[in-house]
Design a binder for this molecule. Structure first.
Ligand SMILES: Cc1ncc(COP(=O)(O)O)c(C=O)c1O
Length: 342
């Protein structure tokens, strides 16, 4: 099968597996796992923030961040299409007593600034839940893998900070965005207060994320991680693979982006009358059926019979995500399958 459902389906490389054998381990809940500490420091340096916290998943990293920035009863202003709002099981509300306040996402992955301003009301107004944190996503998955520029992030951060509100970046694919924009990952922090970086997406590690921020923020988030059951003992076995991912995988992400572009261009050329295909910025290709084209569900089912796996994104779009398990031959097969079925 050519599995383009997500870049989460990758298997660890031989170098990652080998790193586990030699990893120095300790009890990370006591702060004694040197491999976890090395990963946290390496990720913090990469993103230009002071400290890091290794967590089990991107969802846990985002949740720890939101619970650390905002108190019960406060608002989390997020994009209507954000992963935090759409796909994290409402954890911030269910577990943190936070109110998710979605504002429209723009095509560039940013937030509609007028709606953001309206969601940053005076903290003295007793009618409204005060806003505790603003969160943005980079790259933005449901915006077709849009790479959010530092300028867009800076504009959001400036507004939020002017209202005394911190900003969290869901950077599950921040390195993809940095590669696409040709800037260092640290540039995309752009003054934000925390960043969550996934090791298990384009970077190919089997599990884990790092939540990054100032040392005081990370110390408080550490208690949140414990509360969520995310304190892992000899977590260095995972962190060792994460370190290899951070060291070796960013240099190959441009290949995933080029393959996504080739897939999008070929599908547009062959099926443009039936599928609307925007040029991908990173490794995500969205296929939106035009009137008269197949439904997204029907397309996904039909290409499956040709050995190609896509996912649906809502009712009206199919999605293909390139990653280290997809080579040029896989892209050729996917193009042929989609052209045969669309
Ligand atoms: C943008 C984004 N944020 C967060 C996550 C959550 O990551 P995890 O699946 O590790 O919980 C994902 C997962 O695909 C994602 O795409």
């Amino acid at each position: 099968m050519i599995d383009l459902r997500s870049d989460t389906v990758t298997m660890p490389t031989a170098a990652m597996r080998a790193a586990v054998l030699d990893a120095e381990l300790g009890d990370d809940v006591y702060g004694e796992d040197p491999t976890v500490a090395a990963l946290e420091a390496r990720a913090a340096a990469l993103v230009g923030l002071e400290a890091g916290l290794f967590v089990a998943s991107g969802t846990m990293g985002n949740l720890c961040a939101l619970l650390t920035h905002a108190a019960r009863g406060q608002r989390v202003v997020c994009g209507r299409d954000s992963h935090v709002y759409c796909y994290e099981a409402g954890g911030a509300s269910a577990l943190g007593g936070l109110v998710l306040d979605p504002v429209p996402n723009l095509a560039d992955g940013g937030l509609a600034l007028d709606a953001l301003d309206a969601a940053l009301p005076s903290p003295d107004d007793p009618h409204v839940a005060p806003t505790g944190v603003v969160t943005i996503e980079n790259s933005h998955s449901r915006c077709g893998g849009a790479a959010v520029t530092a300028a867009v992030t800076r504009a959001i951060v400036a507004r939020a900070h002017a209202a005394g509100v911190p900003v969290h970046v869901d950077g599950a694919r921040l390195i993809n965005a940095a590669v696409a924009l040709g800037v260092p990952p640290a540039a995309l922090g752009a003054g934000a207060d925390s960043v969550q970086l996934c090791l298990s997406k384009g970077l190919g590690a089997p599990a884990g994320s790092v939540l990054l921020g100032a040392a005081g923020f990370v110390a408080r988030a550490r208690r949140g991680r414990k509360m969520l059951g995310g304190g892992m003992r000899q977590a260095g076995v995972l962190a060792a693979m994460g370190l290899v991912a951070l060291e070796t995988m960013p240099a190959r992400l441009h290949l995933d982006h080029a393959r996504a572009r080739r897939l999008a261009d070929a599908v547009r050329a062959r099926c443009g009358a039936r599928l609307d295909v925007a040029p991908p910025a990173t490794n995500v290709v969205l296929l939106r059926p035009r009137p008269g084209g197949p439904s997204a569900d029907a397309l996904v089912a039909a290409v499956r019979a040709h050995g190609v796996l896509l996912s649906t994104l809502g009712a009206d779009r199919a999605r293909a995500v390139t990653h280290l398990g997809i080579d040029d031959a896989g892209i050729d097969r996917a193009i042929a399958a989609i052209a045969a079925c669309a």
